[in-house]
Design a protein around this ligand. Structure first.
Ligand code: AMP
Ligand code: MG
Length: 488
């Protein structure tokens, strides 16, 4: 395992022309302190966990000192925000240190989020607060634990420097990791500026690094777009299956690798409501939970538009027409797993929809209902009282249970084996807002134990932990509503 000095940087993005980025160093912050360190993410860099104990560790990961080999820069991009095109965005508060190559041959971007103003900051302060940094850190690791493609996070370093939001908060920097931070908006900016040579260069750069099997093919751009579309459709299916709402699905927050990207006002569904809006600022519900698959397509179509100089329009349209089928196939596959079914049947989607509708009517807790469904007893004379009592309309449940039972019998399902399968995909623990908030409140008092505790718990969200049942419960009655909004 390596020391900080031994990190193997190879900064391909920095080698792209100046039009792609602005080189600049992070802006220092006073008196940094370590909030949390993620040894699993460090292992991806071949970085020894002991390095986190070095007194100068925090200086590097708040941006006061530069890691040898890093070449800090802010990336340029644009994007559609809430449906409207904004010609220039770019990293306004994030600084890409560079790309670390590990011994397995993988390359990981190290990005400091909250590291100060850049030429793309417009009038904002270039900072992130401790609260939102903890939310991003925990949720990205929670998503990874759930098997959902996501950026990762190495550590959070805090400072007592004040940051002005709705109230005065303090600054923090989260170190984000991903194979790439290129997003749909990275392509859009060159399309709208009519810089088509840069557009082609970016496409070929991303293909060479992240889609190497397409490298050099005559139809590589079209095949690349097809893969991005597929990954995005599948990511949307994942979000729907785990009950995750992103909150700000602007095209600048859409990863070209199909990762869950840029955690802000996200939310895990608790009481099941398809129209759930997690972002306090999203008054129209553009990014409501049930809109996400369609918005995924909208965003992919915006990327398609940006790629028209490289790919024939007819071909792009044909691929866009295939989006919903890819989404549906992946969604039903994931939901089948949640129901413990092993064989595919035509009407499986109906079975899922029937259950979701009963959950909606009763406002049942999304994660917990699926978790408890593994106790379903498929015996002919079983009424499954404990499960049944959770539903408002008991007769509807009985009718649904009869269908489910018949379906299980048809595929010769054994209850015990099905329970094991279901308990390995239906999480016991998700990052509920009140859990994150409890960790944040303690951290604001300089007690970081709960951040570390949640990190451990959410890393293996399906593993039952004795004495931890309260972490699997919705917010207790009387917990104040936690409003989360953009860019905190
Ligand atoms: P987001 O909604 O977090 O994806 O941010 C959208 C755009 O605003 C991006 O260009 C960000 O870099 C920029 N931005 C958000 N918050 C800040 C901030 N506090 N300072 C500077 N730029 C910011
Ligand atoms: Mg963003």
């Amino acid at each position: 395992m390596d020391t900080l000095e031994q990190l193997n940087f190879d900064n391909s993005f920095a080698r792209l022309p100046d039009a792609f980025h602005t080189r600049l160093n992070p802006t220092p912050l006073p008196d940094p302190y370590l909030v949390s360190f993620n040894a699993d993410a460090a292992a991806l860099l071949d970085l020894s966990a002991e390095q986190a104990g070095r007194p100068d560790f925090v200086e590097y990961f708040i941006g006061n000192r530069l890691l040898p080999g890093s070449e800090p820069l802010a990336m340029l991009y644009s994007g559609h925000q809430f449906g409207y095109y904004v010609p220039q965005l770019g990293d306004g508060r994030a600084i890409l240190l560079g790309e670390v190559k590990n011994r397995a041959g993988e390359s990981w971007d190290l990005q400091l989020k909250g590291a100060g103003q850049t030429p793309y900051s417009r009038n904002a302060d270039g900072r992130a607060v401790l609260r939102s940094s903890i939310r991003e850190y925990l949720c990205s690791e929670a998503m990874h634990g759930l098997g959902v493609p996501s950026t990762r996070a190495l550590c959070i370093v805090g400072s007592d420097e004040e940051v002005y939001r709705e109230r005065i908060e303090t600054a923090a920097v989260v170190t984000r990791m991903a194979p790439s931070h290129v997003r749909f908006g990275s392509f859009q900016v060159f399309y709208y500026r009519k810089q088509h040579e840069h557009l082609a260069m970016l496409a070929d750069y991303v293909i060479a690094r992240h889609f190497p099997h397409l490298h050099g093919l005559a139809d590589r751009h079209a095949r690349f777009f097809q893969e991005v579309l597929t990954r995005t459709a599948q990511l949307m299916a994942h979000w729907q299956a785990v009950g995750f709402a992103h909150g700000v699905m602007n095209t600048d927050n859409m990863s070209i690798l199909g990762l869950t990207f840029d955690y802000g006002p996200f939310g895990f569904m608790e009481s099941y409501d398809p129209a759930f809006i997690c972002n306090h600022s999203d008054t129209e519900g553009r990014y409501a939970f049930h809109q996400q698959p369609n918005i995924g397509l909208w965003n992919v179509a915006a990327l398609a538009q940006a790629l028209t100089p490289l790919i024939a329009e007819q071909e792009l349209n044909d691929m866009l027409n295939g989006y919903h089928a890819i989404y549906r196939t992946h969604f039903i596959m994931l939901m089948r797993q949640k129901l413990g079914l092993v064989r595919a049947q035509e009407d499986d989607l109906e079975l899922v929809r029937g259950l979701l509708e009963m959950m909606r009517v009763g406002g049942l807790d999304y994660s917990n209902l699926f978790r408890s469904l593994s106790d379903f007893n498929a015996g002919a004379d079983q009424r499954n009282e404990a499960l049944r009592d959770q539903f408002v309309d008991r007769e509807a449940f009985d009718a649904w249970a009869a269908r489910y039972r018949a379906r299980l019998h048809e595929e010769g399902s054994s209850d015990a084996e099905r329970k094991l399968r279901m308990d390995s995909v239906n999480p016991k623990y998700v990052l509920r807002n009140h859990l994150a908030q409890a960790a944040i409140s303690k951290a604001e008092q300089r007690d970081f134990s709960e951040v570390d505790h949640l990190l451990q718990l959410l890393r293996a969200p399906c593993t039952e932990r004795p004495g931890m049942d309260s972490y699997a419960s919705p917010a207790p009655e009387g917990t104040p509503h936690i409003a989360v909004s953009c860019s905190s």
